[in-house]
Design a binder for this molecule. Sequence first.
Ligand code: OGA
Ligand code: ZN
Length: 374
Amino acid sequence: MNSTTIRNWSLKPRSIEIQWGDGHTSTFHHIWLRDNAPSNRHPSGQKLGDISQIPAGIAPTSLDVGEKVRIEWSHDGQVDEFDPTWLRAHAYEPEEVRKRSRRPILWDTASIDGAPLDFEFPELQDSQAALRGMLQSVRDYGFAILHQVPTEPGSIFKVVDLFGYVRETNYGRLFDVRVTPNPSNLAFTGLTLGGHTDNPYRHPVPTLQLLHFLKNSVEGGDSTLVDGFHVAGLFRQAWPEGFELLAGMPVTFRFASEDADLVYESTIIERDVRGEVSGIRFNNRSVQAFNCPPETMEAYYEAFRAFGELLEDPANKITFKLGPGDLMIFDNQRILHGRIGYQAGGERHLQGCYADMDSLLSKLAVLERQGEEA
Ligand code: OGA
Ligand code: ZN
């Protein structure tokens, strides 16, 4: 018997219990069933009635199980029918919920080898399947590398157009990265940039970043990427107390210029409501003086150093050189990017911009839906 076949069921005072073909047992509360009944949904999928229309002590007068689970409600005699497949797909035992949640594919230098990360831009324009593959790589590995993007300035927007919208900031719709006199940012020098996430002083932080290479004929100037989620996991395992400090004590990030003053307080490692690592904010240039309590300061520095060293460990950090027409797109809450320093002489010119992960995931969901229908 399979996981959506109902083997047994029973009506309890406040719920129904279903035993599935695979042996798992699910509880569905009466209140939940009435709230989520198909009759309570508009064809658009949006819910119709609100909670005030459901009595607190709601109960069925009858329960029949055949092809559908059929419930008649006591307070108004309404009949609702549930598809067993739908019920199983919405079972709310924590292990069932966990099974359904998509987890990133964590990587290090060794394991990323051979992953599908390189894509030709012209193919992405022509083929929905190719585009789907690229967006899946950004979702699962946190990044993708595109080739053959036109080297005309502004072509980065053609890439964003494939899946979403530019997130404009005080740096403009795009920003140029090259050596400039009187740089406002170390990015506009030839200095090495350690692994970092961009703009941690914003809330919400830009969730996607694109860097498009127009020129890169300098010696050095290689790019680096690190999976911050993988490293945070290593750190959590190796030193739980250090992890708690970086995930529990806030620090302040700031960017100030003549026309901007952006400040945000956050922890370096962010967790979601389930306690999973959901974001990294790590940027040596914009982090302000730590202000954790005196008795914690030295331990905090120890944790900060240990995490920083793990991020720079060659076992975790990949290094590669991109040239004209290459573009990398990455999850700015997960992947830390950096570069190796370079000398003046030769030319290096990048254009960067930000975009939103939610529109990328939405585009991907639509493409995956169409793929299933095809
Ligand atoms: C940046 C940055 C990397 C590079 O501008 O945000 O990190 O390769 N640049 O110059
Ligand atoms: Zn950067």
